[in-house]
Design a protein around this ligand. Structure first.
Ligand SMILES: NC(=O)c1ncn([C@@H]2O[C@H](COP(=O)(O)O)[C@@H](O)[C@H]2O)c1NC=O
Length: 512
């Protein structure tokens, strides 16, 4: 029997704590507490002992030292059935503490305020709280530790019904407690590393909060969950508000994220259709209606069952167009009410509202067997001024616009990638090929007659002149590519010979 006789309560977030303390006191549990928590419980009429009565020491240094005392940590860490520990408890006047309820100084909330001073951030690093949580969690064979108000009722019920908690409960709570302190410390480490510009620290500690359990992962036999960065900002997939449709799947979230990355490349109205992480149609226009029409015409076959994202408010007019198709998801900053009425008639369509769509600047992390590859996000955007025209002929204004559009899209297509663009829409996408000419042939084949008069964008340089020759044969008039191959000259000569314009960006956008 591990009856709970004494509890130590020290919480920053005081939600639900009075109710919990009342239930403990009803079971004759003695409650010990620190400054603010003590005062609150007292005011609620709950009999509570101040921590200083236990430690025989005042709370000092503006709360920096309150519970950091052997009478607290001895009471938490003592192995109850070990005679030497028992003797030492008696010799030093240490009494058992069986339950610890702690939640920590709100460090995440504090640093999410951009105006917060360094001193205030530091003062919000909790030391005494995590120490108690860790002591209690280590000794979970005897001690119950609660760090989450969501667990209060279950714990209160167990204690009310049985006077104690089960070992199974204590084990669960201990694992949760160590996750909690680890996440807390990892956020502090990240904050301090960010301040000194250390993006690749010797030990990488990342922390995510579970957003939801997913029905399954990439395939039905894979279990999966969706996590969110503790300090992730609005306007990203993690903060999307789902306003209609069944729950998102793992693949939906991944595809939606890919679509949003392309949307972020554009300031003008854009509509992006994505299938399996690759864009199948991207269109820009003066209005969302025009952009949608272009994205649809880009590939009327592949958009079926796809994910559509835009940087514009979804209007009634475009909603009527969209309902003609089977789409999995529509993602937009907002939806007009009339548009919602129309779209909600489609039971299987999911609608996500994001507010102002933004781009995550966080490093990307990809796991590999036994490790991870970490890199900066590819935030580079090529502008005309960065480019070098390497052919005799200069691009026309129209060609410049289409070339830069194409390069924005090809950045988000799996390598090797070639994209053909014409009249503000993609007309051919060659994705994920093992050689460049293969990707070019797919894009050209898909464009068909529309290849005539189109421009071609390539995510990386041409190892030989065959892509230029193939493009010229199809009627492509201009090419944008990073340049940098030892055989660039062959491609330039082919372009001159065949009357094409070629522009080098100097920047490559591989995506694997
Ligand atoms: N310094 C200590 O010994 C100490 N002991 C507990 N705390 C924290 O003090 C907070 C509660 O303070 P109060 O009860 O005074 O409102 C809790 O978030 C708890 O984690 C401490 N504060 C910071 O380290």
């Amino acid at each position: 029997m591990n009856r709970i006789k004494r509890a130590l309560i020290s919480v920053s977030d005081k939600i639900g704590i009075v109710e919990l303390a009342q239930q403990l006191v009803a079971k004759e549990v003695e409650v010990i507490s620190t400054g603010g928590t003590h005062q609150l419980l007292r005011e609620a009429g709950i009999p509570v002992i101040g921590i200083s009565e236990i430690t025989g020491f005042p709370e000092i240094m503006d709360g920096r030292v309150k519970t950091l005392h052997p009478k607290v940590h001895g009471g938490l860490l003592a192995v109850r059935d070990l005679p030497t520990h028992r003797q030492q408890m008696e010799a030093n006047g240490i009494q058992e503490i069986d339950l610890v309820v702690v939640n920590l100084y709100p460090f995440a909330q504090t640093i999410s305020n951009p105006n917060i001073s360094y001193e205030e951030a530091i003062e919000n690093i909790d030391i005494g709280g995590p120490s108690m949580v860790r002591s209690a969690a280590k000794n979970h064979r005897f001690v119950t530790v609660v760090v989450d108000p969501a667990d209060y009722q279950n714990i209160a019920d167990e204690i009310t019904n049985h006077g104690e908690t089960t070992l199974q409960t204590r084990e669960y709570l201990a694992a949760k407690a160590f996750s909690h302190t680890a996440a807390y410390d990892s956020l502090i480490a990240k904050h301090l590393n960010d301040r000194i510009g250390n993006s690749f620290p010797g030990q990488l500690t990342v922390t995510y909060q579970k957003q939801s359990s997913l029905r399954y992962g990439e395939n039905p036999h894979q279990k999966a969950s969706f996590y969110k960065e503790t300090l992730s900002t609005d306007g990203l997939i993690t903060s999307a508000k789902q306003i209609h449709g069944k729950e998102l799947s793992y693949n939906n979230i991944n595809d939606a994220n890919a679509a949003l990355a392309i949307v972020n490349e554009f300031k003008e109205p854009v509509v992006v259709a994505v299938k399996h992480m690759n864009p199948c149609g991207v269109g820009i226009g003066e209005t969302i209606e025009e952009a949608y029409q272009k994205a649809y015409e880009a590939d009327p076959v592949s958009i079926f069952g796809g994910i559509v994202a835009t940087n514009q408010i979804v209007t009634k007019e475009v909603a009527l167009q969209m309902t003609k198709l089977f789409l999995e998801i529509i993602i937009a900053p907002y939806f007009e009410l009339d548009a919602l009425t129309i779209l909600k008639e489609k039971k299987n369509l999911r609608l996500l509202a994001l507010g102002n769509i933004t781009q995550s600047k966080a490093n990307s992390i990809v796991t590999v067997g036994g490790g991870a590859l970490v890199q900066e996000a590819d935030l580079h955007q090529v502008i005309q001024g960065d480019c070098q025209v390497v052919t005799d002929r200069e691009p026309t204004q129209e060609e410049w616009e289409q070339l830069l559009f194409g390069f924005k899209v090809v950045k988000h297509v799996k390598s090797n990638a070639i994209v053909l663009v014409k009249e503000n829409r993609t007309v051919g996408v060659g994705a994920g090929q093992m050689n460049r000419i293969g990707a070019a042939r797919i894009a050209i084949g898909q464009a068909g007659e529309l290849a005539t008069g189109s421009v071609l964008a390539s995510d990386a340089f041409f190892p030989m002149s065959d892509t230029v020759e193939e493009a010229a044969k199809a009627g492509v008039t201009a090419i944008i590519q990073p340049g940098g191959s030892i055989r660039d000259q062959e491609s330039i000569e082919a372009a001159n010979r065949l009357g094409l314009v070629m522009v080098f960006t100097g920047v490559r956008h591989f995506k694997h």
